[in-house]
Design a protein around this ligand. Structure first.
Ligand code: M6R
Length: 613
């Protein structure tokens, strides 16, 4: 996760920026840099590696100036080199930008800017931003207006912070989508900008958070907030307590909500440096297995428990459809009693965010005794599962504090997708063109997830209306079926409402007997090849007076007309569509639970890590 810090005031900026970045080191990064505006010029210092390398390199001589921005980068586009590190400048050194997110249309913008004579020097997607801002400023726009115009040109989710030497003392910061937060810190005669509270708290506890589509224009004594369309916003600071829990929760009331909102960033962190865009390649650093072994296996057995098993179910589709290997999935605890016929020709892929779930560890031990090669997907570096398996793909979510898994679900799905791409390459079934498509599709996920997260208020409204019901059914088909199971699991664990997830085809084989006006049915009916069959299921529910909440594709007026409530998701690749549909499931459970007054972060009877059988 990239870290962002900015300062404008009366003190020297550089030491403050370096201290702020140091407080963000826990987020992980591969390079860092700062830029200071002083005396009509922008001074940039940056480098690959640790912040200490940058700091030591300065040998106590900091670029002078009282307004600056700093960044810790985790590479997505281009290697972690000094050239690719942020901040990035425009052609003439008049504009400087730091950024968290992915400019999805950077290739076309790069081509356009280059054709117009702009000289771009790095391999990053970010570098188009200062050049776009430069071009609007050259046409007469001020920095804020140029940033607004730039936001209108780029696709994806972003946090962007910029300065210009033409407007010394001013920092502009924007949040578009949910690729990372932006928080403004209020001091006395000085102001701060950051990606996260911990960067600011030792300096100020008076803060304001930017929402999606908001921009702050900050000077030492004032801050002006506007929408991306330029409409003024009224916003004052709130005071946050200076304690680690508040710092970790940021703008959110509960960890569960914070972790739901973090998903675009977690996905980005999980594929950064592993999905290579040009030429297309997969670089999984610790897969622990030769291509020869991956070529030799004749099937894949995926295992996990709870939410992790739901991710594993998608892993099965990925191994079959992307890597062309027959795959099955089982609940770890059941796998142990199957006396499964596995050996060196079966690749066992376990999914466990904690890496300590006893049933999964026991199943892995059994697989090891039988000589099966193993890879684990895990969110906890050094956990037991990573020590038992031959290799691992770590998801990079940071700690998941809420008991209900959210961000580790979607990050595990992304990691399985990368692993299937890696296996497909090793087995020679994925050519460059197909791999390029698969990678480009994954790279769209953070931006699209940001759009789905913006449905939050609508989901909250639906949750208020539904919070009094005691039974729910979740229906889906194909790749969405695991998300129906996940929707039911989330709802029952945080709200204590009885909920069942079913493949929609099963409905007529029993569950339909339950349906009447007291049973809301959440139907995932997206445009992914299952939509028409789901439409029939929805008709059958309606015929029995069931209340339908449809998760449908944007613009599907026919389905919208059939649902009592509809949540519309942007169109997306069928294989990855579950990354989007997971979000309304999580938000619905969260809002129903909070409406019912439940303790969402620590639901009764549940443990975050299940170490008993
Ligand atoms: O740590 P693990 O991923 O192995 O945990 C497995 C399950 O206990 C876990 O996914 C559980 O179902 C979730 N906390 C539910 O939200």
């Amino acid at each position: 996760m990239c870290g962002i810090i900015g300062y404008t005031g009366r003190r020297e900026a550089a030491p403050l920026l370096l201290d702020g970045l140091q407080r963000l080191e826990y987020r992980g990064y591969d390079s860092a840099g700062i830029a200071i505006v002083d005396d009509g010029a922008i001074h940039v210092v940056k480098g690959a590696g640790k912040l200490s390398v940058l700091r030591d390199g300065l040998e106590g001589v900091y670029p002078p100036g009282r307004c600056g921005i700093g960044h810790t980068r985790w590479a997505t586009h281009g290697k972690p080199t000094t050239d690719n590190a942020h901040p990035h400048l425009d052609c003439t050194g008049a504009v400087v930008v730091i950024h968290n997110g992915i400019v999805e249309n950077y290739l076309e913008l790069r081509a356009e800017l280059t054709a117009r004579g702009h000289a771009l020097r790095s391999e990053t997607d970010t570098e188009v931003l200062p050049h776009l801002i430069e071009s609007y400023m050259d046409e007469g726009a001020d920095l804020l207006t140029a940033l607004r115009h730039t936001l209108g040109r780029i696709r994806g989710a972003h946090a962007i912070v910029a300065m210009s030497k033409r407007e010394p003392g001013r920092i502009v910061a924007a949040r578009a989508g949910n690729a990372g937060g932006v928080v403004i810190g209020y001091g006395a005669g000085e102001m701060f900008v950051a990606s996260d509270l911990p960067a600011l708290l030792p300096e100020t506890q008076r803060v304001a958070f930017l929402a999606d589509g908001e921009i702050a224009c900050v000077t030492a004594d004032a801050v002006e907030y506007v929408t991306a369309a330029g409409a003024p916003l009224q916003r004052g600071p709130q005071v946050v307590p200076f304690d680690p829990v508040t710092a970790a929760k940021g703008a959110h009331k509960h960890f569960m909500l914070k972790e739901i909102m973090e998903q675009p960033e977690c996905i980005m962190d999980t594929f950064r440096g592993r999905a290579i865009f040009e030429p297309p390649a997969i670089a999984l650093e610790s897969v622990g297995m030769s291509d020869e072994t991956l070529r030799r296996v004749s099937r894949v057995m995926l295992i996990g428990m709870g939410t992790s098993m739901h991710a594993a179910m998608l892993g099965r589709s990925y191994f079959e459809r992307i890597a062309g290997i027959p795959a099955e999935v089982d609940n770890s605890s059941e796998f142990r009693y199957r006396d499964a016929l596995i050996g060196p020709d079966t690749l066992v892929v376990s999914v466990a965010q904690s890496g300590e779930t006893v049933d999964t560890l026991e199943a892995m031990a059994d697989a090891k005794r039988r000589g099966a090669p193993q890879i684990t997907i895990c969110n906890t570096p050094g956990a037991q599962s990573t020590r038992v398996a031959d290799g691992c793909v770590l998801t990079r979510c940071g700690p998941e504090v809420a008991v209900a898994s959210t961000k580790t679900l979607t990050a595990s799905i992304s990691a399985l997708y990368l692993l299937a791409c890696h296996a497909g390459r090793a087995r020679g079934v994925l050519d460059d063109a197909r791999l390029g498509e698969l990678i480009a599709s994954l790279a769209r996920a953070p931006g699209l997830m940001g759009r789905v997260l913006a449905l939050g208020p609508k989901v909250q409204e639906i949750a208020h209306a539904l919070a009094g019901y005691e039974d729910f059914l979740f229906l889906a088909r194909g790749a969405q079926y695991p998300m129906a199971l996940e929707g039911a699991l989330k709802l029952k664990e945080v709200s204590y409402i009885h909920a069942e997830g079913y493949p929609a085809g099963e409905m007529k084989h029993g569950p339909i007997a339950l349906i009447d006006r007291t049973m809301p049915v959440v139907a995932i009916a997206l445009d992914d090849g299952t939509r028409d069959k789901m439409l029939s299921n929805i008709e059958q529910v309606r015929a029995r007076e069931g209340l339908v909440v449809g998760i449908i594709t944007e613009g599907d007026a026919e389905l919208r007309g059939k649902c009592d409530e509809a949540l519309e998701l942007p169109p997306y690749a069928p294989l990855l569509y579950p990354l989007l549909s997971a979000i309304p499931m999580q938000l619905l459970a969260y809002h129903i639970a909070t409406t019912r007054g439940c303790d969402v972060d620590q639901p009764r009877n549940l443990a975050k890590t299940v170490t008993v059988e």
